[in-house]
Every structure is written in structure tokens, then in C-alpha cells.
Design a binder for this molecule. Structure first.
Ligand SMILES: [Ca+2]
Ligand SMILES: [Ca+2]
Length: 299
């Protein structure tokens, strides 16, 4: 057990934090701001859950909307919530960005069974941040600037009337979720200034990539993605971003248009010093039959 805890702590030490996104447990029985509904939906927050009473919705894509301050959910592209209904109903959720672009290119629809008991549903928007309606053009939706979600019951289907209940809503929050692989992959610890430095972009279009500052305000380097190739072990189409010639120490993200941002990483001398120390300390923690005292083991 101690070894497992140690490994976990080492992993956690080197896992960058993610923004908390938006969450609501509906426990204060007061419908907050941000909820706006087509007249065919009546929303009531009561009994520490959200009750949505629908009247003949579906054929006209009637919907209701929850808006919130802009969130970067690029590293946690999920909506997770509990839903229940006394009658089977398909529930679609789209996300909308600050420019009004909506993830309707490949809509995600979940079937809530008519069992009137709560089930957990996860909408995974990984690689689905694009809009195709209105036609003809497919345009990107910005996962770093998500400002709301649009909910449809039985979209485009037959008329649905009934009450559906929501609880424990999470948007862009990682609690209890397994993260998908990032679309931009690189050594998350970082790189030595004079070493070879590459990242891999999955399903990227030909074009530029950028190194941006940790506050994402400044672009410090522009490169061109390499030719697409198939990485046969994963079956993915990948392009290499080579930024070996960028040698300035600091903390950065790589940004690829259409994919968003990489994990935050460092370029600096002795970039592996801390992880090397932590690895050696792992051997200290594994010593048997001797006390692990605070001066050496820490708290
Ligand atoms: Ca509330
Ligand atoms: Ca609740």
C-alpha cells in the first residue's frame, strides 16, 4: 500500500492542475442565473435536484440553455450529470463558445431509460469541437472559451411530454472522470534548452503551431507542423511539431489551431532535477524495518 501511495504522490506532484469548470449539485433549491428555456420547458430547482417539465418538445428541436462565465475545458472536455425520467427520453447536449459557435457537427445524445432512477451520464466532447449547422461550412468551436450548454429532449423526434430530473452537473470538471489522451502530446515535465524538442499533434491539419506564454497572452514562437503520418501502434494520424530551435527558458503551452493547448511544460536547465530527486526519495520510502523520520521523510 505504501508503494502505491508513494507512486500516486509522485504522479500527483507532476500532474498539472486543471481549472475546475462549472458544477452544480442543485442543493440550495434556488434556480440560479444562467438558465433560459423555450416556453415548452419549465425548470424548477427543488428537492435538491433540477426538475425539467417538458410539454410536447422534440420535433422543433425545442431546447433550454445554461450559460456561465467562459471556461477553458480543453483538457477536461466533458459534461457529466445524473439524470432520471419516468419515460424513456433521448437527451442531447451541445456546447457553445464565446463566438456563438455550437458543437452540433457530431451531436452527443444519451438515452435516459424510463426507470425513474438516477443514472450517471458522461458526454465526451473530445475531438468534437466543431459546428456544421447552419451549412455549408464546418467551423471550429473553441474549447478554451466555453460559455454555455444547450439541452434538447428527443431532438428531431416525436413529441415528448414529461419531467426529467438532473443532479450533480459537472462541466469541464475532472472529478471521477478518466481524462482522454490530449490531442497535443509532449514531455509534460519539459525540455533542456539545447536539447531536441518535439511534440506530437493528433489529427491536426497542415499548418502552423505556436509556443505561447503560461498566461496564453504572448506568442513566442511559430513553427510548421510536419507531414501527416500514421502511428501504427495507435492507428492515429499524427504530425510532429519540432521546436528545437526555441531555446528560451520558461513555462509554455503549445497551441495548435483546431486542437487547443498542450499541457504546460518547462524549458530550463536541470529540468529533470525535481523528478530525479523524487525518484531517489522513492527508494528511501521503501526501506523496511526502520523508522521513516520527519527530517528525511517529511511529514
Ligand atoms: Ca441552485
Ligand atoms: Ca442534488
Amino acid at each position: 500500500m505504501r508503494k502505491i501511495l508513494l507512486l500516486l504522490s509522485v504522479v500527483l506532484l507532476y500532474t498539472r492542475g486543471v481549472s475546475q469548470g462549472v458544477s452544480d449539485d442543485f442543493n440550495d433549491n434556488s434556480l440560479g442565473t444562467g438558465w433560459n428555456a423555450n416556453a415548452d420547458y419549465v425548470l424548477t430547482e427543488t428537492n435538491q435536484e433540477l426538475a425539467i417539465a417538458a410539454s410536447a418538445v422534440g420535433p422543433g428541436y425545442e431546447n433550454f440553455i445554461f450559460t456561465f462565465p467562459s471556461k477553458d475545458i480543453s483538457s477536461v472536455p466533458f459534461v457529466k450529470l445524473n439524470m432520471k425520467s419516468a419515460a424513456q427520453v433521448n437527451v442531447r447536449i451541445d456546447l457553445i463558445d464565446g463566438n456563438g459557435k455550437v458543437t452540433n457537427n457530431s451531436p452527443i445524445v444519451k438515452a435516459v431509460p424510463g426507470t425513474n432512477t438516477y443514472g450517471a451520464f458522461t458526454y465526451n466532447f473530445y475531438n468534437l469541437f466543431s459546428q456544421s449547422y447552419p451549412p455549408p461550412n464546418v467551423v471550429a468551436v473553441d474549447p478554451t472559451d466555453i460559455v454555455g450548454m444547450i439541452i434538447f429532449f428527443k431532438p428531431g423526434g416525436t413529441a415528448f411530454s414529461g419531467t426529467v430530473y438532473f443532479d450533480d452537473l459537472q462541466i469541464g470538471s475532472a472529478t471521477g472522470l478518466t481524462l482522454p489522451p490530449a490531442a497535443i502530446r509532449l514531455n509534460q515535465i519539459g525540455f533542456y534548452p539545447s536539447a531536441v524538442k518535439t511534440a506530437i499533434a493528433v489529427n491536426a491539419s497542415a499548418g502552423p503551431f505556436y509556443i505561447v506564454s503560461a498566461d496564453k497572452q504572448d506568442t513566442l514562437y511559430t513553427g510548421t507542423l510536419g507531414n501527416a503520418a500514421t502511428w501504427s501502434p495507435s492507428g492515429e494520424s499524427v504530425r510532429k511539431a519540432d521546436f528545437t530551435s526555441f531555446i528560451t527558458s520558461g513555462s509554455y503551452y503549445i497551441n495548435v489551431p483546431g486542437l487547443g493547448y498542450s499541457h504546460l511544460f518547462d524549458i530550463k536547465n536541470a529540468v529533470h532535477h525535481d523528478v530525479a530527486k523524487a525518484t531517489l526519495k522513492a527508494f528511501y520510502f521503501q526501506r523496511a524495518s526502520t523508522a521513516l523520520t520527519a527530517p528525511y521523510a517529511g511529514d
